[in-house]
Design a protein around this ligand. Structure first.
Ligand code: MGD
Ligand code: MGD
Ligand code: SF4
Ligand code: MO
Length: 685
């Protein structure tokens, strides 16, 4: 039997068909606009049955033994009662705000994001925290401050595409298919990436930019577009504010000056700018290469402004604004006592820019535990995240989680983080639960993620864990739903859509409105002025740059640059392997089979200098810590730069990349720290 659903083994949310026989998942295939034999294959999806039926799955709740000697199995009743009892205890002794809920990538956003927010708000704590300051939410924030919401590049129909710090061939196959299609149909492809990725190698022009310096490049391109009058003056006159302010700031970033700072050739920057500004329609795909840099907010704002300057915003083949689905806000934020601030209060614009996201600076969790800044946390529930591997500065993160009085982890597998927990609650996989994924609730069409098999063993879907815990804490009225379907129907009532409707549109998804472009012609943008804001009075009033980079670039974007005499190599957090998602799936034999594991890519010139040969074990150090990996000689990185494998901290704690990164200095608006680019040194072991 084939069942339509959405894959959530990574954040791409590909629509898929799952093949189920006698209640068992036996395979799954991505859907796409391409003929089946032309579709890109996803190694993780191919291994879905291996992941779902992995002998390492957690299938029963676990509680730490009193004597500390590991875990014992428990029933849900006992485990949930323990969690509820600990929550009440900490609320009584230290206040409800001393309990936080930390959400990782796999938690998804949209409806499933709302549930723990609802629970925590009912409980009285403002501290439901996501990891968006280092993932794409910081970019969503930046897009939103320029034109009201995050734009979606319609690459498939573009005639020019700039891929800016994104590697869809490994991370988002549907998007990659769009790029390849457009290129095959004559689009010009420009890739801005410090690494010669497979896509960069195929590009018409590849800009091997200095990591972390993309904002300068964007400002230089803006300046060039304004100087050459390549902008869309009709669009700018009617639909934007702050053009003169932008012109004045951009003039401080002439191509000649910027080129050397960003390691690029001035003529190539001019040529790329001309191509982008003059070929229509053009789309920019911005990605996680911009994230995990302190400057991400201003960098992404500058990139967003390129879209508006050239009139590519909300055009077919350009960057399209979403048509969100009307959904009920179920977060119950109004229940919080007035004046009770979250631990992320220092980032108030980020906390409040959208109804959905809430607090996203996860480093504040560590500050609050270790330094009691702005107040102490005593208990954390980690849901679908593995902070000990994925948060910056792993040693500091570990110290914090070890210090907590109570740690609860909701996961499918035993992780480095779960090993420290008092209670572990086993979660059902994405194939075992029905939910509304982020892509759906934020835009048409709505595609339902369907449970295609029963939860494995005694694991529970996340929604059920949250609802049952809510009822146990006494919020039965707030969690009246017995099924995911009831909760979704309730939340989608304003849209007039039910789960049954969604299921009857399983093949393609349900489109609530016909797709429209240039919506700004009759609908104000969701900015305070209703227009594109090249200058943001809101930011200026809050003491931040009204125009991106009006106060310059700030501290060097690359961590530990002040120590480069001791740490001469530039390290970057590595490619995301198609086989794995962040720290996940390293226990799945089918995925480990295919090749190299924890490698550091080093240019042959550097290797020779260090007397390192292919396959040698090497140590990489920063002022924060050390990792050990295997050397792979590669010309995809330039001399002086190394690329380290990312996400291996569960597989081998010695290979935990975030042992090298820091969370000491954060971008003032989005709270983002630079955990992708850092100075380091390498030696043969
Ligand atoms: N297979 C797989 N898929 C995934 C994930 C995974 O771990 N594995 N993770 C999921 C998640 S959570 C996310 S957020 C997305 C991320 O997916 P992407 O947005 O594609 O992110 P990355 O692959 O981390 O980085 C993209 C590119 O940015 C480049 N880059 C690094 N530093 C810089 C820089 O300073 N400037 C520029 N211009 N480029 C830079 C890298 O070399 C890389 O080629 O993928 C999702 N999908
Ligand atoms: N240095 C460096 N640091 C990074 C990154 C980087 O590229 N370099 N990437 C950053 C980015 S973009 C992100 S998004 C974060 C990711 O950070 P995390 O979200 O912490 O990363 P994951 O490894 O994806 O952890 C997800 C956990 O959820 C579990 N899980 C999977 N599905 C489910 C489910 O349905 N329910 C529940 N309850 N659990 C589930 C998995 O087993 C896994 O343990 O890491 C960030 N950290
Ligand atoms: S890229 Fe692969 S793992 Fe990610 S959602 Fe799509 S099919 Fe699933
Ligand atoms: Mo992410």
């Amino acid at each position: 039997m084939l069942i339509d659903t959405v894959c959530r083994l990574c954040s791409s949310c590909c629509p898929i068909e799952a093949e189920v026989e006698e209640g068992r998942l036996i395979g799954a295939r991505r859907k796409s606009f391409l003929d089946p034999y032309k579709r890109l294959a996803c190694a993780k999806l191919a291994a879905a049955p291996d992941i779902v039926y992995s002998p390492d799955r957690l299938t029963t709740p676990l509680i730490r033994r009193e004597d500390g000697s590991g875990f014992r199995e428990a029933g849900w009743d006992e485990a949930l009662e323990r969690v509820a009892e600990r929550m009440r205890h900490h609320r009584q002794t230290s206040g409800a705000q001393s309990v936080a809920w930390l959400r990782g990538m796999a938690a998804d956003w949209g409806a499933p994001w709302d549930y723990p927010n609802r629970l925590m708000h009912a409980f009285g704590s403002p501290n439901t925290i996501g990891n968006g300051s280092i993932c794409f939410v910081a970019r969503d924030f930046a897009h939103s401050y320029v034109y009201g919401s995050m734009a979606f590049p319609e690459a498939k129909n573009a005639k020019c595409i700039i891929v800016w710090g994104k590697n869809d061939g490994n991370t988002a196959l549907g998007a990659a298919e769009g790029i390849h299609w457009a290129k095959a149909h004559g689009a010009t492809l420009i890739v801005i990436d410090p690494v010669r990725t497979a896509l960069a190698a195929k590009a018409d022009i590849w800009l091997p930019i200095k990591p972390g310096h993309d904002g300068l490049l964007a400002m230089a391109m803006i300046n060039e577009i304004i100087r050459e009058r390549w902008y869309d003056s009709a669009f700018i006159d009617r639909y934007t504010v702050g053009f003169e302010e932008l012109r004045a700031v951009a003039a401080r970033y002439p191509v000649e000056t910027v080129a050397g700072q960003v390691w690029l050739d001035a003529d190539v920057i001019r040529e790329v700018t001309r191509i982008y500004a003059t070929i229509k329609p053009a789309a920019i795909i911005d990605g996680n290469g911009l994230d995990m840099h302190r400057e991400v907010f201003d960098t992404t704002r500058a990139v967003a402004m390129l879209r508006a300057l050239t009139g590519n915003l909300d055009k077919p083949g350009g960057d399209v604004l979403p048509q969100p689905v009307p959904a009920r806000n179920i977060q119950l934020k109004e229940r919080l006592p007035e004046g009770l601030k979250p631990i992320t209060a220092a980032y108030s614009l980020f906390n409040t820019f959208s109804e959905t996201w809430g607090n996203q600076v996860q480093g504040c969790v560590v500050d609050a535990i270790l330094d009691q800044r702005p107040y102490p946390l005593k208990m954390v529930v980690v849901q679908s995240g593995n902070p000990l591997v994925t948060m910056a500065d792993s040693n500091r993160t570990r110290a914090a989680f070890a210090k907590l009085e109570t740690l609860v982890v909701i996961d499918m597998f035993m992780t480095e983080t779960a090993k420290l927990a008092e209670v572990i609650l086993p979660a059902a996989s994405c194939f075992e639960k029905t939910q509304l994924n982020r892509a759906s609730i934020r835009n048409n069409p709505i595609i339902l993620q369907n449970a295609v098999i029963e939860p494995l063993g005694d694991s529970w879907p996340d929604w059920r864990i949250v609802f049952e815990l809510g009822r146990r804490l006494g919020y039965g009225d707030d969690f009246p739903w017995q099924t995911a379907e009831e909760a979704i129907d309730d939340q989608l009532e304003p849209a007039g859509v039910t789960v049954a409707d969604l299921r009857s549109h399983g093949k393609t998804g349900l489109r609530l409105e016909t797709m429209r472009y240039e919506k700004y012609r009759d609908q104000p943008l969701k900015t305070p002025s209703g227009k594109v804001e090249f200058y943001s009075p809101r930011l200026a009033e809050a003491g931040f740059a009204g125009v991106p980079f009006e106060q310059g670039l700030g501290p060097d974007p690359i961590s530990f640059t002040d120590r480069r005499a001791d740490y001469p190599l530039l390290g970057i957090s590595g490619s995301r392997d198609i086989r794995f998602t962040n720290s996940q799936f390293r226990t799945i034999p089918a995925l480990l089979k295919g090749g190299t594991v924890c490698v550091v890519d080093i240019h042959p010139d550097d290797a020779e200098q260090q007397r390192v040969t292919e396959g040698d074990r090497v140590a990489i150090e920063t002022p924060k810590g050390q990792v050990e990996m295997t050397a792979r000689l590669s010309t995809t990185v330039r001399p002086g730069m190394v690329r380290l494998a990312w996400g291996w901290g569960d597989y081998d704690p010695r290979a935990n990349l975030n042992a090298l990164t820091e969370d000491d200095v954060r971008g003032p608006v989005s709270g983002t720290s630079t955990s992708r680019s850092f100075m380091c040194r390498l030696r043969k072991l």
